[in-house]
Design a protein around this ligand. Structure first.
Ligand SMILES: Nc1ncnc2c1ncn2[C@@H]1O[C@H](COP(=O)(O)OP(=O)(O)OP(=O)(O)O)[C@@H](O)[C@H]1O
Ligand SMILES: [Mg+2]
Length: 457
């Protein structure tokens, strides 16, 4: 033990002094001699020698010397561990050790790369800020959302990001809003609508698990929103149906009694020579009853009475029905499809009502241009996989995003004489047929409605 200690100090001191690899051979030699001494004792000797060596140096220099001394210690330990395997040369053992180290380093890199890859290809945008507020990571999706190359912003803080000339103003406004809502107000979630119409959900994660880092993720939740809105829409329609049915029911009852009394009065009116009054009252009551009956039927979510029909023949009929009115409004309605083999199984009356509603809306939208241009409404049917797509396109005044988002709401109208029921009823009818309606519109350019109905094979 004492002998070891005597040799240890000068060997270590020499290595620390000149730091070159050649002087490490003494560590290897010593390691082989350590038989019967346990590692704690070696470390104790090492510590003892180091204290002597660093006794007269500054503390930061001491740290450096300590670090260097560990290389000596490791070399010694390795020689000590491998001394019992005499069939392998030291050289080989070291090579194996190095390979092991190299290997573990590589697998660490691989794991790191894998995680980075996963983050890179997530469908959410991800940005990581460190505790000083510096952006340290951003994935592809986030770069896409911000519309910049991925590496441009790394190393910037929020101020620099907001002043960055590669980011457009709209995006900057959004970043500022998100920053206020999440970082300043400490909200963990923030939902916003991008001016292009997409709904984005921003989530912020920070705290102990992240070592003070802030993880910001942005997800496009437009689809979920759409589902949510459809559900909401259906609720409203069901409610509307119930109210309508209740009102119609309540009006029908008094109408029935009026009808009965008129019939009782009929002989007296006959005596007065006013029999035609009775006739008029009766027909008017019947008409009111018919209207209520129709309304009850159209607002009740009834199952459609289906029949197989060529969609183009139905469109032809609708175009004919609107011809005179469109002529009066200096407008042309054009049917642009002739394929009579596109067969659908539909309630003809209901679907005709839908197409009429859409064409009428187009006529209104053209009229609101006040003669700015000749109106043109195209009606097109074409196959789209298992569906037929009926397009009604106009060059009317179009509509803005707000109008578009409320289009199918019952009673939503921008017209003085409108009821706002046309589209909400149409929407429900198409839904009952297993189809859907889509809209695309541009202010001052026009509007396109697409109605999808399942084809009969
Ligand atoms: N083709 C279109 N071009 C421009 N705006 C449209 C078009 N179709 C619908 N709109 C807008 O959607 C609103 C709702 O339409 P909807 O058919 O449901 O009701 P309405 O036409 O106002 O009233 P109703 O059809 O009950 O008489 C309209 O008021 C209009 O602002
Ligand atoms: Mg309408």
């Amino acid at each position: 033990m004492q002998a070891i200690r005597k040799r240890y100090f000068p060997a270590l001191a020499e290595y620390i002094r000149n730091g070159n690899e050649a002087s490490l051979y003494q560590a290897t030699e010593l390691g082989k001699l350590l038989n019967g001494i346990n590692p704690e004792e070696i470390i104790a000797i090492h510590e003892e020698c180091m204290q002597k060596i660093v006794a007269n140096v500054e503390s930061d220099e001491a740290v450096k010397l300590y670090n260097r001394s560990f290389i000596f210690l490791i070399e010694l330990m390795v020689a000590y561990r491998f001394r019992l395997l005499p069939d392998k040369s030291t050289e080989q053992k070291f090579t194996e050790m190095r390979e092991m180290l190299f290997h573990s380093n590589r697998s660490f890199e691989m794991v790191k790369n894998k995680y980075e890859n996963v983050l890179q290809h997530m469908d959410s945008g991800i940005a990581l800020f460190d505790s000083d507020g510096i952006l340290s990571f951003i994935n592809l999706q986030m770069a896409k959302l911000l519309d910049i190359p991925r590496k441009t912003l790394i190393g910037c803080n929020i101020r620099e990001i907001l002043l960055h000339r590669r980011i457009n103003l709209t995006t900057k406004r959004i970043i500022l809003r998100v920053y206020k809502e999440t970082i300043l107000r400490r909200n963990l979630y923030y939902e916003l609508q991008h001016p292009d119409g997409n709904h984005l959900l921003v989530t912020v994660t920070y705290g102990d698990q992240l070592d003070g880092d802030f993880l910001i993720s942005v997800k496009d939740v437009s689809e979920y929103k759409q589902i949510e809105q459809t559900a909401f829409q259906n609720d409203k329609l069901a409610m509307l149906g119930k109210i309508a049915a209740a009102i119609a029911h309540e009006i029908r009852n008094p109408l029935t009694s009026i009808r009965g009394f008129i019939q009782l009065l009929r002989p007296h009116l006959l005596q007065l020579g006013k029999e035609e009054y009775a006739k008029i009252i009766l027909t008017e009551i019947d008409r009111a009853n018919d209207i209520i009956y129709e309304f009850l039927n159209s607002s009740k979510p009834s199952a459609p009475m289906k029949q197989s029909i060529s969609i183009v023949s139905l469109l032809r009929e609708v175009v004919m029905l609107t011809e005179s009115e469109s002529l009066m409004r200096n407008c042309q309605v054009q049917l642009e499809s002739y394929e009579d083999e596109l067969m659908v199984s539909i309630d003809v009356k209901q679907v005709k009502q839908v197409i009429l509603n859409l064409v009428k809306n187009s006529l209104d939208a053209i009229e609101e241009l006040n003669g700015e241009r000749t109106g043109l409404i195209s009606v097109i049917a074409r196959r789209d996989e298992q569906y037929v797509e009926v397009t009604i396109r106009d060059n009317g005044r179009g509509m803005d995003k707000t109008t578009m988002s409320r289009l199918f709401d019952p009673f939503f109208t921008t017209k003085e004489a409108g009821t706002g029921l046309g589209l909400s009823v149409s929407y429900r009818i198409i839904r009952n047929h297993g189809g859907s309606i889509r809209v695309d519109s541009q202010v001052d350019q026009g509007t396109e409605f697409n109605v999808y109905l399942p084809l009969v094979e």
